[in-house]
Design a protein around this ligand. Structure first.
Ligand code: NAD
Length: 513
């Protein structure tokens, strides 16, 4: 990466992607820009389809070498990487804070959670992916049966910018632990963090390019989908997820798609209201609300609505943004998102909503101050589309049935939270979300053994946990004949009596309830 000249600051409505420029040798380059000051941090190549194909081709040999290391060899290297990440957390967090804009403390939390996942994946890959014996069943009683889990080979990982370490590492750690090489295309907004990660891995595994970086915009990502990778792990918006699937369809490349959300939080009348309010404010405002599974909608039972709203209003009014020490969150990383946030707030207020904290004027590029809205009509974008800003919409519901119905409405189904002393599990069981926290928000993200993923426009497939390891392995079923079967039906020399024996067996084994 190369440091280049100063840049102007971000403004609402500005195009998101720096358009790129021609660097030395005629290559297209683009700048990584600090979202708070507009300063250029570094510049990177815009990799072409040919560059991406060459990178995937290099990854092929590396994949074989990495797979041949075996579980123990890979674990030793992943553990060494983990130790290095722990030692260099502060350095990485400082880079995240500069390039993404979040406070240093939030960046430390992000890196630490990513490290927990890396440790879990390395420790558990052997156990989760080892050959497993399977009961052969009646029809193959003369066989043994087992299933093996093999690496795909080369996995492409396409990531977003909002958690530039934790999010892509949720795929990278599990794909590497499962024995694959990885080609990583990070967001054009956070290439420097990705470069740091790949560089740190190469310091631990210098022998082969097991984890490689390609940089650029959408076309570079599309090229990765079409470059013949054996699996593609995408995290980003639902709109791009659809394009990624279309690109993967051309080569029948399997993919896991992790997209956005419009997560709901339900407050029951028996909830600990102070905790619910504190967690709702945190869940909707931390990282400036730029969290896929952040709280965007809150449904509160009528009996405690006024009390809850009063608590949220008090807490949210104390939240401050900026790049100064002590700020609770930083700028909106992607300039174009400011227009979306502004539109959601403005349209809601024009439709009759009341802003109890903030107002449409709270959007002051590159920052957005906290906004709490009530009385928002249900069809408003503030309640149906991903806002991705420090905004919270609180709605009053008559009872918990109405809360569940409202929470399950809409296109997304990523995460959800429920606050109740007695009904938490029961409410959680009725939600369509892929992940639910009871009496907290987003806790599932920090539990490596749990799967991560959603439904509907939030995507499909799972990263993290045993499901995440299996997502990056292909299964192979194996049977071994142990002795000759007296029941000869799978042969052209099938004797007549074999069919009668088969019918008798079926009647005896499956013909009764
Ligand atoms: P995005 O969809 O704009 O971009 C994501 C990545 O896709 C980037 O690297 C981008 O360069 C690449 N890309 C763009 N066009 C492409 C194409 N045609 N083919 C292949 N790749 C292409 O998303 P973003 O703005 O970077 O991230 C924010 C979104 O990500 C939000 O919707 C957020 O909710 C979601 N997100 C989801 C999760 C999750 O785990 N479900 C986690 C973090 C963020």
């Amino acid at each position: 990466m190369t440091a280049v000249s100063e840049h102007s600051g971000s403004t609402a409505g500005q195009s998101d992607a720096s358009p790129g420029h021609v660097g030395q040798g005629g290559r297209q380059r683009f700048d990584s820009v600090r979202p708070d000051t507009g300063e250029v941090l570094a510049s990177f190549d815009v990799h072409t389809a040919e560059d991406v194909a060459a990178t995937v081709s290099r990854a092929r040999a590396a994949a074989t070498w990495w797979a041949d290391l075996g579980v123990a060899g890979r674990r030793a290297r992943l553990d060494a990487w983990r130790v290095q990440l722990v030692r260099r957390t502060d350095e990485l967090a400082r880079l995240i804070a500069q390039e993404n804009g979040k406070p240093h403390g939030d960046a430390v939390v992000e890196v630490t959670i990513a490290i927990a996942h890396l440790a879990w994946a390395a420790r558990n890959a052997g156990k989760v992916l080892r050959r497993r014996r399977v009961n052969p069943g009646l029809l193959a009683v003369n066989h043994s049966a087992s299933v093996e889990y093999l690496p795909f080979g080369v996995v492409g990982v396409i990531g977003p910018w909002n958690y530039p370490v934790h999010t892509p590492m949720g795929s990278i750690s599990y794909a590497l632990a499962a024995g694959n090489a990885v080609v990583f295309k990070p967001s054009e907004h956070t290439p420097a963090v990705a470069d740091w990660l790949v560089d740190s891995f190469a310091g631990i595994v210098p022998e082969q390019p097991v984890l490689q970086l390609v940089t650029g915009f959408g076309p570079t990502g599309a090229a990765l989908c079409e470059a013949g990778v054996d699996k593609l792990a995408f995290t980003g918006s639902a709109a791009t997820g659809r394009r990624v699937m279309a690109s993967c369809a051309a080569t029948l490349t399997p993919c896991v798609i992790e997209c956005g959300g419009k997560d709901a939080l339900i407050v029951a009348a028996d909830a600990d209201l102070e905790r619910a309010a504190e967690q709702a404010v945190w869940g909707s405002m931390f990282n400036g609300g730029q969290t896929c599974a952040g709280v965007e909608r809150v449904y509160v039972e009528a009996g405690v609505y006024d009390d809850f709203v009063e608590r949220v209003t008090r807490l949210a009014a104390g939240i401050c943004t900026g790049n100064q020490a002590g700020a609770h969150y930083g700028p909106i990383t992607m300039p174009g998102q400011l227009e979306v946030i502004s539109r959601h707030i403005g349209e809601a207020v024009r439709a009759g909503a009341r802003a109890l904290v903030g107002s449409p004027d709270s959007v002051r590029a590159p920052y957005v101050e906290p906004v709490v809205l009530v009385d928002v009509p249900p069809e408003q974008a503030a309640l149906t589309e991903e806002t991705f800003g420090p905004t919270m919409v609180i709605s009053k519901v008559a009872d918990l049935d109405e809360a569940v119905e409202a929470a399950n409405s809409g296109r997304y189904g990523l995460g959800a939270s429920v606050f109740s002393r007695r009904h938490g599990r029961q409410l959680a069981s009725r939600l369509t979300a892929g992940m639910v926290s009871i009496n907290s928000v987003l806790t599932y993200a920090s539990v490596p053994g749990l799967p991560w993923g959603g439904a509907g426009d939030s995507g499909f497939g799972r990263i993290h946990g045993p499901d995440g390891l299996r997502e990056f392995a292909r299964s192979r079923a194996v049977t071994v004949q142990l002795f000759d079967s007296p029941l000869k039906v799978a042969t052209f020399s099938r004797p007549d009596r074999a069919m009668a024996q088969l019918s008798l067996l079926a009647r005896l084994r499956w013909g009764r309830r």
